[in-house]
Ligand binder design. Structure first.
Ligand code: ADP
Ligand code: MG
Length: 414
């Protein structure tokens, strides 16, 4: 749908700039010109093809449930809420539009800004606690499975001034009569140089010189920069307001969600966050989301994915994924490998098909944290214990969202 900055949609929503996009939609930051509702909203405009419209209708039903079922629940405010929905006509056909409360960058942005080194454990704990509260509400009150928990879909709350600032930049270009840089119209507005929390190159140069006690030619330094950055620069976590100690997040994108009693697909979740039972085709429910939380929790703390299987095609990708899970858990109980529509492709008598067990290197999370990420063992032990209870291979034994909220790692003091 051709949308321009400055367009007024439904006589009410003034388009300010693009916020992001996904498979189904483009999301715009809009100012709400009516006296009703919030001043700024995120307007998700879905593609017009019939298939997208059907998916959008389901998303609206799911959003309606989460909006109405229990506003007093402690997890309610950790789910991005719908404000309004309507239809738009374009040359391409009918588009479903959903306005939602406005949020800021996603956890993926946070990871990018940390140069993929992860964020402090206290921040991880705060974020994961809120994700679990949101899931308690979705699972236990709404009976909804999100099916796509991952850093991109967890959004950070920002205040109105932050939003104004983002819009202000766009308006300045218009005032000056300058065409906006493509990045402002087309790209992701949160990744933008002057707001970056990365140390600037100049800052790092002075750190570099300080360490060596001599000045250093800038050109030469630039060649060594990426490596130096990796080794010596701590993520500057308190720089921007959205990584402040009181960071607040909400779960977004119910575009793939479903009800416990009404699934839309047997293959769910983004590859790296996909639960064991989904890979095996042995049926899934709420525990599949908890597995994804475990993967995401590791990633927020280390900056790297817990499982990143190689290959796109099946069965190679699944087999690699299963090997990684095996190595991380130190094995997969045989009874888990006996049920599921896909197990015969990957297992025989509890052994991975075509994989020499001697070539698997058992590497438990605790040791990965200590050996690869140089954590102190005292920090690694409780964190690894928590993660292992989220990626427990048997979904029936995996912690539920409310059990996870009571777990030791979440409740213990620093
Ligand atoms: P899709 O279902 O097409 O994947 P999403 O709902 O994930 O769409 O939205 C796509 C992107 O738009 C998100 O990754 C995020 O960057 C941005 N976005 C979505 N909802 C909001 C919101 N409420 N506030 C701010 N940005 C949002
Ligand atoms: Mg999405």
């Amino acid at each position: 749908m051709p949308i321009n900055i400055g367009d007024i949609l439904k006589g009410q929503y003034k388009v300010c700039r693009k916020l992001g996009w996904g498979h189904f939609s483009t999301v715009w930051l809009c100012q709400n010109l009516s006296n009703d509702g919030p001043i700024y909203v995120a307007l998700k405009i879905c593609k017009s093809a019939q298939m997208f419209t059907v998916v959008a209708q389901d998303e609206i039903k799911l959003l309606r449930d989460t909006k109405l079922i229990d506003p007093l629940h402690m997890g309610y405010r950790h789910i991005v809420q719908m404000v309004d929905t309507f239809k738009l006509l374009s040359v391409n056909g009918v588009h479903t539009a959903i306005s939602m409360e406005i949020m800021g960058p996603s956890l993926l942005h946070l990871l990018i800004q940390s140069d993929f080194r992860g964020i402090h454990l206290s921040g991880v704990k705060r974020i994961i606690t809120q994700v679990l509260k949101g899931l308690t509400y979705l699972h236990e009150r709404c009976r909804i499975i999100h099916t796509d928990i991952k850093p991109e879909n967890i959004l950070i709350k920002v205040d109105e001034n932050y939003i104004k600032n983002i819009i202000g930049k766009t308006e300045k270009f218009a005032e000056l009569g300058i065409d906006m840089p493509r990045s402002y119209v087309a790209s992701d507005c949160w990744i933008d140089k002057d707001r970056s929390i990365r140390d600037s190159d100049e800052n790092i140069l002075s750190k570099f010189e300080e360490q060596r006690g001599q000045s250093y030619p800038y050109d030469k330094f630039l060649g060594e920069l990426p490596d130096f950055r990796r080794r010596h620069c701590e993520p500057r976590l308190n720089a921007p307001m959205w990584v402040s100690p009181n960071i607040e997040i909400k779960i977004a994108d119910l575009g793939n969600a479903c009800w416990e009693e009404h699934h839309f697909s047997s293959e769910i979740q983004t590859r790296q966050y996909r639960a064991l039972e989904v890979i095996l085709g042995s049926g899934y429910s709420f525990p599949a989301d908890i597995w994804s939380v475990g993967c995401m929790c590791f990633e927020m703390a280390t900056g790297e994915m817990l499982f990143s299987p190689k290959g796109e095609r099946e069965p190679a990708a699944n087999l690699d994924h299963l090997c990684l899970i095996w190595e991380t858990l130190g094995g997969i109980p045989q009874y888990i490998t006996e049920n599921g529509t896909n197990v015969r492709h990957y297992f025989t008598n509890g052994e991975l098909l075509g994989v020499d067990r001697k070539l698997l290197r058992i590497w438990k999370i605790e040791d990965v944290l200590v050996e690869k990420y140089k954590w102190k063992r005292v920090d690694a032990i409780p964190f690894a214990g928590f993660l292992e209870s989220l990626i427990e291979p048997d979904p029936a034994l995996r912690l539920t969202a409310s059990m996870a909220l009571q777990s030791e790692w979440i409740t213990m003091n620093e």
